[in-house]
Structure formats: structure tokens, C-alpha cells
Design a protein around this ligand. Sequence first.
Ligand code: HEM
Length: 519
Amino acid sequence: MLKEIVQVLLGIGFLRLTHSIYKARRPGRPGPPGYPIFGNLLQLGTKPHLLMAKWAKKYGDIYYLRMGFIDWMVVSTPEAMHDILSRQGLTFASRPHQVILGDILTSKASGVTTSPYGPDWNYKRRFFTTTFNKVNVQSHQDTLLYESRDLIRQLMASSEEHGSHGFSARRHHQSYALNIILTMAYGTRFSSHKDPLCQTQLQLNDELFRMIGPKYCLIDFLPFLRPFLPHLERDAWDLHQTLYGFLGDHFDQYCEEADTVNARIPNTLSKLLLESVRKGDLTREHALILLAETFAAGLDTSSASFTWLSLLLVTHMDVQKKAQEEVDRIVGRDRMPTHDDLPNLPYLRCILLESMRFRGPAQFSLPRATAEDTVYRGVTIRKGTWIMPSLYAANRVFSHLEDQDVFRPERWESNPKTLTEEVSGKQSTRVNWNFGAGRRVCPGLYLSDLSLSLAVANLVWSFTVQAGDGEQIDLEEMEDGTNTPPPHWRLQYTPRGDHVKTMLETEGSITRADTVKAH
Ligand code: HEM
């Protein structure tokens, strides 16, 4: 009995101690109260962006949360984004330590997305800025054009199969993004999203995202749980082995055929990586991590953006009709849209800008961190604090736009810039924060801009898209996780005339159909 009483007293003492350590670590920091040990961890629920935007209204543009033993600093307004990510960009340019994503999946944070700010990050980031810069992406524009038409062809085939019942096009959108990345990464592609290798790649990507979700971050927030949850790390090591085995096979195949591939598709990421591996500047393992990051960073972000855009066209038929009229006027029906048409399609640019603002692919940007303890607005930000840019709050809730909670592409009509111009233009008046900012701004911006623009131009040229029979689309619904695509709503794709099929058979198969070897 005495033993039990001592145990209870020790337990209470431990809780009081942790509680007081807790309180002692939060002086002068605005933010909602939390619970001992867990802090605000249990409060966030499945739609954290909504609650966190509500807290921003109460506690300000910068406020603090405790996620177990980790501090979060939440950034919620366009002004605060500009200040933290751009003006004070150097101070906040690092990334926080994470066990699963950092230590295991990117082998001690040795990729670009997870590595701390410094020369190693800078060296590795150059592979991305060289491969995905405007000039190099433009040199691959035939690839993008071919893939955008292949997307239409695949949508046409599925629409013939499913009719007015409709189907979810998420896998089509993913394989569109995947084939573009595959070509730029290795000079290869999959012939269909039904290809087993394509399915494996998409499944591995899904699995990766499952493991960077909240459940697997528990051991970052509550490190004392680590010995009790060994399966989390075991799962991550299993994925590490499968993922890098899979990517390694592709990379080895590229290495074997490098000369032939380079002759067909020059300037791939693998070409740069192989050169560096041969020079001894980069290990093979690190080359594979950079390849893995290309897929992880570029695939679901691009495809979720296009899935949202398609849904917004379906739920705003007036916008879709106006887009079709613009494409008909500029392109006509005797040919399909190409990149040369994009500068003459301002309304499509407005749709892309507004769709990304209104329903971007993720509600938060990647967490940032400070490399050292630092003081911001009189508060000490400890090294290890996660800086969380809330994209939803900045784009929607605290935007200075009128009716910011309404999808209205017309709001951009007086200045229909491209997505790239919006993100890399004047930061103090920026509205759309989806690609981050400053030193770590997304290096895939231009590729995403061009691939989404071509896809939407070809989509509205080819189809009238509507909800599948009986489908009640609810735009408030989204999946939880790091990326937040909409649920698998069924959509029906009705070709806008016989000319669509005819054009797909002629124009759709030219360009690089036989220049890239398909699996
Ligand atoms: C719609 C598409 C995309 C969106 C919305 C998006 C968004 C983002 C965001 C918010 C960040 C964090 C930036 C920051 O910390 O300030 C980021 C980083 C990154 N993105 Fe993207 N991205 C997209 C597509 C791509 C593509 C296609 C690629 C590559 C092919 C890519 C590669 C990367 C990489 C490597 C980073 C890490 C940069 C670093 O830490 O230095 N992204 N992206």
C-alpha cells in the first residue's frame, strides 16, 4: 500500500514539475493554453488549418503553440509571411530536426527539403535550380505538351468507360505530374497510370506521405514515447529500403543507358547527379535522396492543385464557360493549345492564380527553423522551434482582398500575371503564398506553373466537365495530411465535339511520342 501511495505522489510530483517547466517556457508568448505534457497537441483535430486560423484572429499574426515538448511559432498573415520568409529570410532559413522524415527517410536530413541551412543545402539545392529553372524547363516543353495531351487522351478513355456516372481523375492527374517529373529526372515515362511500376511509384509516394503525417511525428513531439513506439521507426526503415531500392533500380538503368538517354532527352536531373557521383562530389545514396525528394515534393502538390482546379471549374460553370470561350477565340478548333498560346490566355492565368489561392494543395508550408536561438519581436525563439507558415490563413483568412472567401478569378483581371510572376514578384503586395518564399522558395515553381497552365488550357479546349450523376460536391471536404487533395469526387468529361478525338489522333501523338522510351 505504501508503495502505491509513493508511486501516486511521485506521479503527481512529476506532472507538477513538467507543468511548471511548461509554464516557465512560455512567458510573453501569445497563444492558446494547452495541457501538461501534451501542450496543444490534442487540440488540433483533423482540420488544424481552421482552428489555427481562428487562434490567429485571437492571438495575432504570430503566436505560439506547444506540441508536446516542441514549440511552434505560427505565421498567419501575408505581412508576417513576408517578414519571416523574405525580409528575415536568412534567420528563418533552416528546417527543424525530425526523426522519421529527417533521420530515417532522408538519411540524417541529407536532402534539400530537410537539410539545415548551410553549404551542403546550397550545394544540393543547385541540382534543383539547374534542372527546374525556366530555361531548362522550356527546353523540355515538348515533353510537357505531349504529357498534357496524353492526359486528355487518358481522360477521354476513362470517360468512354464510365459515361455520365463519371470517375475520379486523381490518378490521371498524378500520372500526368509523374511522367513530367520522370522525364526531367531520368528521361523516361510510364505509358499509363495502370502500369504496375507506375502504381508502385504512386503507392510509395502515398506511403511516404503517410509517414510524414501527424502519427509519425509523435516521437518528435513526445520523445519519451520513442522506446514505446518502435514500430514507427521500423515502418520508416522498411519504406527507406523499398523506396531507395526502387529508385536505385531506375537510377542504375539510367546510368547504364546514359549516353542514349542524354541524346534523346538532354539535361535531366540524373545526368547532373551522375556527373557529380562520378566526380566523387556526391554519394549514390545522396543522389537517390534528391531523386526521392523530386517525386515527394513535386508529385502530389502538382496533381492536387490540378484536381482542385478541375473541381472549381465544375462548381463554377460560368468560369468554365468563360475559359472555353477564351480558348475558342484564341486557339479555335483546328488545333490544340500549345505553350505559344499561353501569353494570349489571360483569363486562364486568372483561374490558375485564383484556384491556387482559394484551394492550394496544402494548408501549411514546410516547417522552417532557426539555426540558432534568436530573438523575434522580443521573444526568444529557441533553436528547434518549428516555424509554421499557415498558407490557408495567409491566402484566405487574412488576405486583404475583397470577398477573400469567394472563388472569383475576375479579381485578377486587372493584372493577370503568371503564377511565377505572382510568387517571385513584389513580396510586400503578394497575395498567393503557396510556394513559400525567400531562400527556400519552391524550386519547382516554373515547372508547376507551365504544367498546370498547359493542362488547364487543354482541358477546357477538350471537355465540358461536370459532376458525375448524383454526385454532390462539397468544396469544404479535403483529406487530412501534409497535402490536402479533395476526396475522390466523380466527374464526367464530355468532349466538346468530334474535333477533339480527331485532333488527339493527329496533333496529340506528334511531338515526342517516340522520343521517350516508355516502360
Ligand atoms: C503546385 C506545385 C507545388 C507547390 C504548391 C509547392 C510548394 C512548395 C512549398 C510551400 C515549399 C516550401 C518553401 C519554403 O520553405 O518557403 C516547397 C519546397 C520545395 N519544393 Fe515545391 N511545390 C510544388 C511543386 C514542386 C515541384 C514540381 C518540385 C520539383 C520538381 C518541387 C520541389 C521542391 C523542393 C526541392 C523544395 C525544397 C526547397 C528547399 O528546402 O530549399 N516542388 N514547395
